[in-house]
Design a binder for this molecule. Sequence first.
Ligand SMILES: Cc1cc2nc3c(=O)[nH]c(=O)nc-3n(C[C@H](O)[C@H](O)[C@H](O)COP(=O)(O)O)c2cc1C
Length: 321
Amino acid sequence: MKTRITELFGIEYPIIQGAMQWLSKPKLAAAVSNAGGLGTINMTTYETPEAFQEDIRLLKSLTDKPFSVNLSLLPDTKPDGPIKGFLQAIVDEKVRIVETAGSSPKPFMDLLKSNGCVVMHKIPDSRFAHTAEEVGCDAVCIVGYEGGGHPGMSGVGSMVQWPLTLERCNIPVVGAGGVCDGRTMYAALAMGLDGVMVGSRFMMAEECEIGPHLRQTVIDAKETDTVLTQMSIRNALRSLKTQEALNIIEFEKTNPTFDELYPLIKGTVTRAAFESDDPQAAQIAMGQVIGRIHDVKPAAQIVKDMMDEFMALHERVTKML
Ligand SMILES: Cc1cc2nc3c(=O)[nH]c(=O)nc-3n(C[C@H](O)[C@H](O)[C@H](O)COP(=O)(O)O)c2cc1C
């Protein structure tokens, strides 16, 4: 298949595995890349640059196909701050594809581009597409409001955000938020997008190391079983409707300060819930698309099923003409 994204990244299919803190590790990323998509690992999963570098090396040993590394940035993340060692690991390991998210990648562009990186910036609102292009990003990924993780504060879903993003920039556009199969991928590409990003569906890949309890919770969940936490700090997180996510929302109604809220929302609480396989004990990023995900299968099968369904739909549409 040939799109601006397959050409840019050198991949067979324009299917990008969404970065998932604590979960998108080399085993999953390599399985997606080996299947012809683009696997991703997250910088924020690692406590030290050394551990991050070690897993980049592990990923390279598991696949000779392209992969990407996600840098989740905060507005005050500075290239010479604590992130410096992680950036050095990217440079030392000659990582070619970097996905930035969370905040403008502008302060990092010189370093990344001078080291030959291709940069895709993930945005939760089409309003930011123009800026991504202006600061020199090679592609942009737009997440609709239904997406797992941080879908922004606009409340606008993929069907409106995706085409608006196409209208607001000239670089390749990847659509995220609600994509889990050939149907949703076909819709994205038919609309004019260059690729799709898939988060929640790949969380239910065999290679994603989550416990049986969380797996069953996701299998049983409906499309209405997500909630938005962190609205009070304008950093919405779409999470599985767990007991702790509901507790956080209740606590937010009391107008806590950030310092009061932080102990409940910090990433290590979610890591502990993954480790103990107790999904109710934390907020767990998850998209509304879980209402359409009811099985666990190898990442390669997810990619193959998406492509088979995509082709069948193409035949159907072609017959209509
Ligand atoms: C469990 C989980 C953890 C995530 N963690 C991150 C993260 O650390 N950084 C990031 O940029 N996006 C993160 N995301 C968002 C995904 O990369 C992707 O944008 C999103 O899942 C797409 O929407 P979908 O869930 O409808 O496929 C996470 C998503 C999930 C489901």
